[in-house]
Design a protein around this ligand. Structure first.
Ligand SMILES: [Zn+2]
Length: 119
């Protein structure tokens, strides 16, 4: 795969990584012991019953958001790692080269469309 294209994807991935980390940091604490792991903060709106109820609801929402963002962050990190070791753009399942369109649409892709649809 040509170097300029990979450079372009690398820049995109780094941008995504930055944004994901920023989003996570806005409602979660970074785990200093584990890379790209975050723990959602429990919000504190006050001590009234209604306030406590909203705290719990928001906490649950943020927990599932945290999960999604962490998953994306892990995929982006993996793709960047694959660029480093030179396997970027190769499907992890079948080993075939992925098309440019697939990577342009989803730079963190690790499987080709066929394999993705199978799983
Ligand atoms: Zn495949």
């Amino acid at each position: 795969m040509d170097k300029n294209f990979i450079k372009e994807m690398e820049a995109k991935l780094k941008e995504q990584q930055k944004n994901l980390r920023k989003d996570l940091a806005s409602f979660a604490e970074k785990n200093v012991h584990k890379k790209d792991d975050y723990n959602t903060r429990f919000p504190n709106y006050g001590n009234k019953d209604e306030e406590n109820a909203v705290e719990v609801a928001d906490f649950q929402d943020n927990l599932s958001l945290e999960n999604d963002l962490e998953k994306n962050l892990a995929e982006v990190g993996k793709a960047l790692e694959r660029i480093k070791i030179g396997t970027y753009g190769k499907c992890e399942k079948c080993g075939k080269k992925m098309g440019r369109e697939r990577l342009e649409a989803f730079p963190a892709a690790i499987t080709c469309v066929d394999c993705k649809n199978l799983s």
